[in-house]
Each structure stands twice: as structure tokens, then as C-alpha cells.
Design a protein around this ligand. Sequence first.
Ligand SMILES: O=P(O)(O)OC[C@H]1O[C@H](O[C@H]2O[C@H](CO)[C@@H](O)[C@H](O)[C@H]2O)[C@H](O)[C@@H](O)[C@@H]1O
Ligand SMILES: [Mg+2]
Length: 251
Amino acid sequence: MHPTPRSDWALFLDIDGTLIEHADHPEGITIPEGLPTLLMRLQTTFAGAVALVSGRTIEWMDRRFAPARLAAAGQHGAELRLKADGKAVPLAIPAWRKRLETELDTALTAWPGVYLEHKPLSLAVHYRAVPQFEEEVKATIAVITNRLGSDVELLAGRFVVEIRQIGLTKGTAVKRFLETAPFAGRLPVFLGDDVTDEDGFGAVKAAGGLAVAVGPRPTDQADFRLDGPEEVRFWLASVAAETLGTAEATR
Ligand SMILES: O=P(O)(O)OC[C@H]1O[C@H](O[C@H]2O[C@H](CO)[C@@H](O)[C@H](O)[C@H]2O)[C@H](O)[C@@H](O)[C@@H]1O
Ligand SMILES: [Mg+2]
């Protein structure tokens, strides 16, 4: 049973596997027609309290969701734009990033089909195309990152190992949003599909909000579940319609 939408919600939206369907390659995804418009409608519905919270960069979000531009947390909380018309701010410049990139670029040539995604504040090693290499790839990443000190954190997602700055997560990003207008004082609702979203779920639940699991991955934190991105988009459209309808009826 889905909760009745409220006009005082603040929405936190994961991207891959939640708003959009997965593809074989990070740049192979398709932005569904109508999604940017839906996001802009949600911004209006919730007075700007809608944020994208993703492993992607904020630059990528702006480019691929144009003309929609939202408040955003990118690279798993390492960069933050608290307001849609604000500037993206890096919260930490990882000292390990350049050396790790160089070492991984060399080491990963051993497994053709493994793709190293270069992001300014984090890295992602994708093995979706060659899942048979998962164990060897993970072991190699662990050996290399262990040499680089304690600031690095590995997070295994779906066919990916995300390498990020320790201490910055989707949860720390959600907490920052909730201290700031227009998010402060609203009931937070986080939609996500993967293990990196657990931190976001935890942050909204600590604030009395709702965690919405997307897809089949088991989680103990979910208040309800949506089957996949198509159902997410359908549900969000109905949330906007119902909430706007309620607001108009009470005017
Ligand atoms: O936090 P998210 O919005 O879910 O982003 C997580 C990562 O998504 C992308 O990788 C994933 O999606 C790709 C496209 O479907 C897929 O090919 C890959 O296997 C997935 O891991 C993105 O490339 C990463 O930067 C994000 O961190
Ligand atoms: Mg996701």
C-alpha cells in the first residue's frame, strides 16, 4: 500500500535503476521522454524540495536532464548543490584519486571489457559486460586501494565497485539538504535501488521520513517498494498530480 502523497514532502531521487533503466555501459542509458518535464513538475509541486542524489556527477545530471536543473548531490555525496540555481561544491578533493586512477588504468587492462569510469572526485570500476571477472577485479582493486591509505572507501554496487572518499555518502548529503531551505522542515522521502542508497534511506528514516526501495534488491529499511524505473516514473507523476490537486482544493 503506497502512502498518500503530501505537499510537505522533500524528494530525494537516485538516478540509475530508479529514475532510468540500466544499460550495459554508463553512457548507453536513455533518458525517457517526459522525465525532465516530470522532474520540473515535481520541483513546482514541492516548492523546489527535490534533489537528485546519485553516484553520477552533477555536470552529467545537468547535461542529460536538461532543461531540468535540480538541487543535487553527485558522486555519492562528494559534491553538493543545495539549491537548483546554486553552484556545485566539491566537499573533498581526494588526495588518492590521481594515483589510484593511474594504477587502475594499468591493472585493469588484464580484463578486457572492464571499464574504469573517471569521475573528478571518485572512480567506478564496471564489470557488467564481463561478470565472470568479478572476484579477480574486486581483489585487485582491494590490493591497490589498501596501499593508498585510509581515506578511500570501496562500495560494491550492481556490477560495479565505487571508489569514494570515506565519510561522504548519500546519507551525509541528505542530512545537509535537510538543514537547508527549501528542504528543512519537510518530510523526506528517498527513492533508491542499490546498496549505496542505504545511507540515504538511513538519513531520511532518522528524520521520520520514508524509504522507497526500487527493484528486487532486499533491504530492511524500506517502507514500500516500487518494481522498477517505469513504475517509479508512473508513481511520481501520480504524486505530482494528486499533490497539486490537493493544494488547489485547499486554496
Ligand atoms: O547512484 P546512482 O544514480 O544509481 O548511480 C550509480 C552509478 O550509476 C552508473 O553505473 C550504473 O549504471 C550504468 C548504466 O545503467 C551501468 O552500466 C553500470 O553497470 C551501473 O553500475 C554510473 O556509471 C556510475 O557513475 C554511478 O555511480
Ligand atoms: Mg541507483
